[in-house]
Design a protein around this ligand. Structure first.
Ligand code: NAP
Ligand code: MG
Length: 402
């Protein structure tokens, strides 16, 4: 069989630990035998981030702006223990944070649903996509440990030198302080990506904040969404038969649990971080969650929602057989390849990506799966638990049969 040709390279960001091993397996078993894979390779593994002073992360993000589509492996975000373990010269920032700060935009996370793995919330029949604002708030905050009594003030010095002052709190003793910000431009592009993604995928869009308590900060988010909707999207939504709906975050949480699924839930940065883990776990497993960062300029970065699966990696290093689920990492690749095919007008590439996804879902539905899913399996045939590599090989057999 002739291999599928690509014209533009994908930006390939390699990562760490167990996911780095799965990354290579996916390429060897499912991609390079069928595709003349063209990538521009960036090694975001922690040792190479250390060697380059983290420049490689910045370069990879810049390349994503150049080529438009990237695929990223999970990476270690260093903490004190990792600094020791990897003998780091400093505690490098989260690569995802660095990339999001450069690309801006919104992260869309959706579960991969398969028959036989039932959501914990039994009325959820269709995926719930979480749209997470990927800029600012607590992720770009300035924090201060208040040592003792004193006055904390919020001071804004305008470009013309005039000052605005507000007292935050008169401290009688030690405490903590945090300064957060966001930008109208970023909130607008967040809103725009959400409205656009809702139209692309023909799903209702929900948005929630805590505007009753945060009367300036969160209220600005609410207003920007409402104004943009009225000005540019209302008619398009009506024509598509979908709705935009704003509610308070606590009300949204209750409604989400009672819903049937099948909509997009737009969340501020922190809410999206927390809620996407809750939603993905309730749908089955973090390893069954896809994630894509969509920038306002239309750049796409596909990744898995989970981390580097450190505990499995340590067991792998001790020579044990581990059963790590490669689904989310595989779907990062297929998402990126399908998008590349769409942008470059190579239908064979997009079709192949969708075939791989179908073969992967069929493999699970026929009973072959990794340990994380075997524990949740309620299918008719008994679950056959395999390693990540064996799972990929089972997918390959199906692809070849197709
Ligand atoms: P994790 O890698 O997501 O793993 C947490 C646990 O979830 C695992 O121990 C495993 O549970 C289960 N799990 C996650 N993915 C799985 C998969 N594909 N197959 C089977 N089970 C899976 O999170 P973590 O252990 O908190 O973090 C590890 C490293 O990843 C950290 O250094 C962190 O900085 C990094 N991280 C990176 C990203 C990213 O790059 N996007 C995101 C989050 C964390 P069992 O052990 O019970 O089997
Ligand atoms: Mg998180």
């Amino acid at each position: 069989m002739e291999k599928i040709k690509m014209t533009t390279p994908l930006v390939e960001m390699d990562g760490d630990e167990m996911t780095r091993i799965l990354w290579q397996d996916i390429k060897d078993i499912l991609l390079t035998p069928f595709i003349d894979l063209k990538t521009e390779y960036y090694d975001l593994g922690l040792p190479h981030r250390e060697e380059t002073g983290d420049q490689v992360t910045v370069d990879a993000a810049q390349a994503t702006k150049k080529y438009g589509v990237a695929v990223k492996c999970a990476t270690i975000t260093p903490n004190a223990q990792r600094v020791e373990e990897y003998k780091l010269s400093q505690m490098w920032k989260s690569p995802n944070g660095t990339i999001r700060a450069i690309l801006d935009g919104t992260v869309f996370r959706a579960p991969i649903m398969v028959k036989g793995i039932n959501p914990v919330v039994k009325n959820w029949q269709a995926p719930i996509t979480i749209a997470r604002h990927a800029y600012g708030d607590v992720y770009k905050s300035t924090e201060y440990r208040v040592p003792g009594a004193g006055t904390a003030e919020l001071v804004f010095t305008a470009a013309d030198g005039t000052e605005q002052r507000q007292t935050i709190h008169q401290f009688q003793g030690p405490g903590v302080l945090q300064g957060q910000y966001n930008l109208d431009s970023s909130i607008t592009s967040f809103a725009r990506s959400c409205f656009q993604y809702a139209l692309d995928t023909k799903q209702d869009l929900w948005f929630s904040t805590k505007d009753t308590i945060s009367k300036q900060y969160d209220h600005t988010f609410k207003d920007i969404f409402a104004d943009l909707y009225e000005a540019e999207y209302k008619e398009k939504f009506e024509a598509a038969g979908i709705t935009y709906f704003y509610t308070l975050i606590d009300d949204a949480v209750a409604r989400v649990i009672r819903s049937k699924g099948g909509f997009i839930w737009a969340c501020k940065n922190y809410d999206g971080d927390v809620m996407s883990d809750m939603v993905s776990t309730a749908f089955g497993s973090l390893a069954m969650m896809t994630s894509v960062l969509v920038s306002p300029e239309g750049n796409y970065e596909y990744e898995a929602a989970h981390g580097t699966v450190t505990q499995h990696y340590y067991r792998h290093l001790r020579g044990e057989q581990v059963s790590t689920n490669p689904m989310a990492t595989l779907f990062a690749w297929t998402g990126a390849l399908a998008k590349r095919g769409e942008l470059d007008n190579i239908p064979a590439l997009t079709d192949f990506a969708h075939k791989l996804e179908k073969a992967a879902v069929d493999t699970i539905e026929s009973g072959t799966m990794t340990g994380d899913l075997a524990g949740l399996w309620e299918g008719e045939v008994p679950a056959c638990k395999v390693t990540g590599r064996e799972f990929l090989e089972a997918i390959r057999q199906r692809v070849e049969a197709m």
